[in-house]
Design a protein around this ligand. Structure first.
Ligand code: GLC
Length: 735
């Protein structure tokens, strides 16, 4: 439709119709079971809401979506098509690494390809919008949603979030194989107090702007069509009704003119927050804050008409919100084709096709982080006489995905056992579960029951120990349950289950040659696993091709490509913790008993493994950092260069990282900040120069007067393999 036609449509719409467009309901609300199960009553959803709603979430499949689209458009007075949205955050049916694992790739190209693959599959399944990327900055692994983020760094989150937006939307969101991206959760959700999901977020404006908002802005600059509000209060005002955050920061400063949608029920939840007296006030506050669409609550559809009639809300406000929805539907071409790419045949052909599986397999290996490799025990040899016992609850487990994945068929997943048996031809391998992922029966957050058979436990353990005794090498496959990640999964204990640790200890008593794989959606406590293992690979939740990727990496077909997107602390009690922290007036040198210094008397160093850390199967040497200038004005650019050499015996890829430290400021500055990444692949013995351009933009911060500007002074440039590198050079910035 032309803009003129859209304007005419808006003019012709009744107020009821306009308000209906601003409501999104879950697909489960449609159909007879919603009445039987009482869902409609629970969410106080009536027939009018069902008929008039402008959007549906969480319906999948081209056929189901077409059916619902046809039924609902027929009831719409102007037959306006609904827009279908879904959480496709790490693959639709070809599931790839959880976003934290994607963060570990440090590779925007990979992340863009993955996003595009999931767009192709989900678009064919009839979906128009994905609720991704989630770019909440995270510094506290107790918060289960760190799994959905790409980590603790503003630069990395912005780089990868923008890559996801491009991957989902392409150059024209209407084109085949593209879906609209919805950046979430605006804003600061990852800063929930003590990692408690849905709790208050208290941030200085400087920290909010400098650390938490940067990645959302990068995604908006990349053209994201939607933004979703977060559940939390931000400095005691719920994001969803937060005028300063939505009108001033998002709309005026960031220039976002797309659709702003609430999170699930977040409008109504402002009553629980004690911000709204009732739904009517919640509707007024949200509309005045600029919220366009209300997800899964009915404050708008129940009260906006009254608010307009009494003059509290103007028709212009309503029209502004409705027009944004109509423009989005038009951008997707839904007025011409309400089904967009939805096509059951295409869906069947594209989902889990060979090309998609290969991409998922490669990305999984690139997300794995090699944390330790004593005696170069890895890669293993697929040779005669080699014998490996795979032991642990993930030795033959297909649930190797995050909790926002909904595979139609688990048989499409490749477990570790299937991956090994399908790729290792000579070495002798055995597989023993040893214990369960969780020690006892547990009701999971989706309401399902995880059950353990107490009588089986002892035999499982004994069988595993017997297998470990016979094998030359043991590969332990441990981890948290996938339902312990994602929304509503904050934990105070960040260990794998005690029985998994007991299994590891008992295996270690009979065999010291242990490689441990960890499957998790967050940094776990690793001191014991590290101490008892010769090698450790963090696999996150790798998705459909996880077992094949494990085989590829363990047996050296490729190397683990990941670097840590989040710092690992020794203990949960140290959290929140992150590399870009501030210096103290009483610096800690990483030892105990220093007396009056910053830190703990019972824990020496800050990190178990630092941000950016990870190993490959080779080694690299870095030359000193050289700068082509040592003093610049704001108009200049500095080129910082190192020469790196592959000093090992295999082709290997190094993730070269650029950090900058502002040594003095009118507010204190972080110890260092990531400002550049380059992945370089070299053959053994080969070397190459790696350069980064440093500009004034990279030196800006929110200064003492809350201006975003750089300040004259001295800077240190680090270039190295992780956030602890001391390989550095200095330069000065002056007028
Ligand atoms: C959830 C999540 C959000 C998701 C939405 C729709 O509660 O907070 O990330 O996109 O509801 O499923």
């Amino acid at each position: 439709m032309t803009n003129k036609q859209l304007q005419k449509l808006l003019k012709d719409m009744s107020l009821d119709e306009k308000i209906g467009q601003l409501t999104q309901l879950a697909g489960s609300m449609y159909g007879s079971d919603a009445i039987v199960t009482g869902l409609l009553d629970m969410f106080s959803i009536n027939d009018k809401a069902l008929e008039m709603s402008g959007s549906v979430l969480s319906v999948i499949g081209a056929e189901a979506i077409k059916k619902l689209q046809d039924e609902n458009m027929a009831k719409q007075p102007h037959h306006i098509p609904q827009i279908f949205m879904y959480d496709v955050i790490n693959g639709y049916q070809t599931i790839y690494p959880v976003p934290l694992g994607q963060g570990a790739t440090f590779n925007p190209d990979t992340v863009e390809k993955l996003a595009h693959m999931s767009a192709v599959e989900s678009a064919a399944a009839g979906i128009h919008v994905t609720f991704s990327p989630m770019v909440d900055l995270v510094r506290d692994a107790r918060w289960g949603r760190v799994m959905e983020s790409t980590g603790e760094d503003p630069y990395l989150n912005g780089l990868l979030g923008a890559a996801m937006v491009k991957g989902y939307q392409g150059d024209d969101v209407k084109a085949k194989g593209n879906v609209a991206a919805c950046v979430k959760h605006f804003a600061g959700y990852g800063g929930a107090e003590a990692g408690r999901d849905y709790d208050n977020v208290e941030l200085s404006e400087r920290t909010l702007r400098e650390d938490y908002l940067a990645a959302y802005e990068a995604c908006i600059k990349a053209g994201a069509k939607l933004v979703m509000t977060s559940f939390n209060t931000l400095n005691r005002v719920p994001s969803t009704g937060n005028k300063w955050l939505m009108k001033k920061v998002l709309r005026e400063e960031m220039g976002f003119d797309g659709v702003l949608i609430s999170d699930y029920g977040a409008v109504k939840e402002m009553i629980n927050h004690g911000y709204s007296r009732d739904e009517k006030q919640a509707a007024e506050q949200s509309m005045k804050a600029g919220l366009d669409m209300e997800m899964m609550s009915t404050a708008y559809i129940s009260h906006l008409k009254e608010l307009v009639d009494e003059g509290t809300i103007s028709m212009d406000m309503i029209d502004e919100a409705v027009m944004r929805l109509l423009v989005l539907k038009n951008d997707l071409g839904l007025f011409e084709n309400p089904y967009k790419d939805g096509d059951p045949k295409e869906e069947k052909k594209l989902i889990l096709c060979k090309k998609h599986r290969e991409l998922a397999r490669k990305a999984a290996a690139e997300s794995f982080v090699l944390l330790k490799n004593e005696d170069n025990i890895l890669p293993l040899a697929d040779a005669k006489g080699a014998s490996v016992a795979f032991i642990g609850p993930y030795a033959d487990e297909k649930q190797i995905h995050g909790s926002w994945s909904f595979p139609n068929d688990y048989n499409t997943f490749v477990s570790v056992k299937e991956g090994i048996l399908g790729n290792v031809t000579t070495a002798k391998t055995t597989f023993k579960q040893g214990c369960y992922r969780l020690d006892h029966n547990k009701k999971l957050k989706d309401g399902s029951m995880f059950e353990v058979n107490e009588t089986k436990k002892e035999k499982m353990l004994n069988d595993a120990i017997a297998a470990a005794k016979k094998a030359k090498t043991v590969v332990m496959c441990l981890g948290e349950h996938f339902m312990q990640t994602g929304e509503a999964t904050s934990r105070t204990d960040l260990n794998v289950s005690p029985e998994q640790i007991e299994l590891l200890r008992k295996v270690r008593e009979v065999n010291p040659n242990i490689v441990t794989l960890v499957f998790a959606g967050r940094p776990l406590e690793m001191d014991v696993i590290d101490e008892l293992s010769k090698a450790v690979i963090y696999c996150w939740f790798p998705g459909t091709e996880g077992g094949n990727a494990v085989a590829d990496v363990l047996y050296g077909k490729c190397e683990p490509g990941g670097r840590l997107p989040m710092s690992f602390s020794h203990k949960a009690e140290q959290l929140p913790n992150y590399y870009s922290r501030f210096r103290s007036g009483r610096p800690n040198n990483g030892t105990l008993d220093q007396g009056f210094v910053m830190g703990y008397i019972d824990q020496a160093d800050l990190f178990k493994y630092p941000f950016g850390y990870g190993m490959g199967y080779s080694s690299f040497e870095y030359s000193n950092v050289t700068l082509d200038k040592s003093s610049i004005t704001r108009k200049d650019t500095i080129t910082a260069t190192v020469t790196i050499k592959n000093t090992g015996d295999r082709v290997s890829t190094e993730t070269v990282q650029l950090y900058i430290q502002d040594l003095f400021g009118n507010v204190v500055r972080p110890r260092r900040l990531l400002k550049g990444i380059k992945k370089v692949t070299l053959k053994p013995g080969k070397k190459t120069k790696v350069s980064f351009e440093i500009t004034d933009d990279m030196l800006k911060f929110w200064d003492i007067d809350m201006n975003y500007a750089s300040e004259d002074g001295d800077f240190r440039v680090y270039i190295g393999p992780d956030s602890l590198t001391e390989n550095c050079a200095y330069f000065n910035l002056h007028q």
